[in-house]
Ligand binder design. Structure first.
Ligand code: ATP
Length: 479
């Protein structure tokens, strides 16, 4: 399956979805740039999230907080003291691994070999280790006891497990002394918490209500692998839902269901999605689970749903010395609201969409590479081709193109055999290709070819726009 992933990565680059950052300088690890098709795909995913979260709820409002924040925010949130990953180095290869992921890999191998009892035992030991005060030592001891070897070198020659903080530091102003240290935000959530009263008052919201935000986050990930799955600069789409204490489980269940539905509504196959309960609850959470997707390199987190209690607002009340309470006008009660958070990576969603959509199909003895995106996510909704570059066909095709551009992003192509043009569009996931041919010049009909079935319909040229819109609306994924 690793080959499949490499194929997707290379297609992403070759067709202009995603490039390595600063490639002409040899690249910067775990930083990526979105090309012409990638930026379209990203914009569409972002818009669908915003529509589903903000426009579809009368009690959710948007926010765009700054990336740089007062440094005490990160003291209050616990990130300065506790945003660490336990890391271990293979002395032979000098490669660094996250200790818990190394153990997870070992558990996955045991499960594959049907050693279920052993896997359960190791998992329980890992959960215990993660939850002890001295987690690094406990994780190290478990790696030793299980004799877990380095996945790359096969060596069993490890350093101690050490904690590394993931926040990027920078200096405010011209002087680079310790007092000026600030951080690039490692999550967008805190921008929402510190604006709790600002948004609530200006938007005249009453609990329960939500604040949604899409923006960049930065983590100095020690092990950054797997393309855009784990980046050092990435984008999050987060929503914090403020509720009355005691009502968090109901909200947690409801948002969990809604968020899974959102992924399904983007055309992700349900067989590729599953829930994963957290082994170790973060210091702020009383319940947490992740939606996982089956990437070519295994099941991995795509979104977290976290019941964050009143941890964040209480911490800001303490550190900022400002009341973070809410006064409920109905019950006349005063309380610090509880929070249920939904947090999904935009880039990880893009990777999921690409992996889920990619197919290789045998067609008449040839391999067809096709991205079966939800048509609403496809960078181009439609392509338009004159069959030949003469007999008035290009002019006619341009006229249809102009009409379609009122509604869709359109690709015009008049070069090469039409079969090749179809294949080029298949590879970038364009769901519909409209062809102007000899018959068009006689009766004003065109063919519309479907990416998924390759079937062609002949329809009047004046109906193309509504026909495509209807097909976009009716689309359902293959199971
Ligand atoms: P992981 O366990 O994979 O490091 P996390 O549990 O730290 O993720 P959260 O803090 O819950 O992740 O962040 C919410 C979401 O943000 C994740 O589900 C993921 O989609 C995205 N995300 C987190 N870290 C990265 C990263 N380094 N690169 C890309 N996306 C990320």
């Amino acid at each position: 399956m690793a080959d499949l992933f490499e194929t997707i990565v290379s297609l992403s680059k070759r067709r202009g979805f995603i490039f390595q950052s600063s490639e002409i300088y040899g690249g910067l690890a775990a930083a990526y740039d979105y090309g012409p098709l990638g930026v379209e795909l990203k914009r569409r995913v972002r818009d669908r999230w915003w529509k589903a979260m903000v426009y579809s709820h009368d009690n959710i409002e948007g926010l765009d907080a700054s990336i740089l924040m007062h440094p005490t925010v990160w003291k209050a949130s616990g990130h300065v003291d506790a945003f660490n990953d336990p890391m271990i180095d293979d002395k032979a290869s000098k490669k660094r691994y996250r200790a818990d992921q190394l153990i997870e890999g070992h558990i996955a191998r045991l499960e594959k070999k049907k050693k279920t009892e052993e896997a359960t035992r190791v998992r329980a030991a890992m959960v215990d280790a993660l939850n002890t005060e001295k987690a690094p030592k406990a994780l190290y001891d478990l790696i030793m006891a299980e004799e877990i070897k380095s996945p790359d070198s096969g060596a069993f020659d490890w350093t101690d497990v050490r904690q590394f903080n993931l926040m990027f530091e920078t200096q405010l102003g011209a002087l680079a002394d310790g007092d000026n240290t600030i951080y690039l935000r490692p999550e967008t959530a805190q921008g929402i918490f510190v604006n709790f009263h600002n948004v609530r008052e200006t938007a005249r919201l009453q609990v329960p209500f939500g604040i949604a935000q899409i923006g960049k986050a930065f983590r100095n990930e020690i092990v950054a692998r797997q393309f855009i799955f784990r980046m050092r600069e990435f984008e999050q789409m987060e929503m914090q839902y403020f509720i009355k204490p005691g009502e968090q489980m109901e909200a947690y269940e409801a948002w969990s269901e809604k968020r899974l539905d959102w992924h399904l509504s983007n055309g992700i196959r349900s067989s590729k999605l599953r829930w994963h309960q957290h082994e170790k609850l973060a210091h702020y959470a009383d319940a947490a689970q992740d939606i996982q997707f089956e990437f070519p390199f295994g099941w991995n987190e795509i979104e977290g749903i976290h019941s964050r209690t009143d941890f964040d607002l209480s911490a800001h009340q303490e550190y900022a010395g400002k009341k973070m309470e809410y006064f409920d006008p109905q019950t006349q009660e005063r309380y610090i609201p509880y929070v249920v958070e939904t947090s999904v990576g935009l880039d990880r969603t893009i990777l999921m969409v690409l992996c889920d959509a990619y197919r290789e199909e045998e067609v008449e003895g040839e391999t067809r590479n096709v991205l079966k995106f939800h048509p609403d996510l496809a960078p181009y909704t439609t392509a338009i081709f004159p069959l030949v570059k003469k007999e008035g066909m290009p002019e006619k095709a341009h006229a249809i193109e102009a009409d379609l551009r009122n509604q869709f992003n359109v690709y015009y192509d008049e070069k090469g055999a039409v079969g090749r043009r179809y294949r080029r569009q298949d590879e970038i996931g364009t769901p519909f290709c409209v062809t102007v041919d000899g018959q068009t010049m006689e009766d004003n009909s065109v063919t519309v070819r479907d990416r998924d079935t390759m079937a062609q319909d002949r329809i009047p040229a004046e109906n193309v726009r509504s026909y495509i819109q209807d097909r976009v609306n009716a689309w359902t994924p293959e199971s």
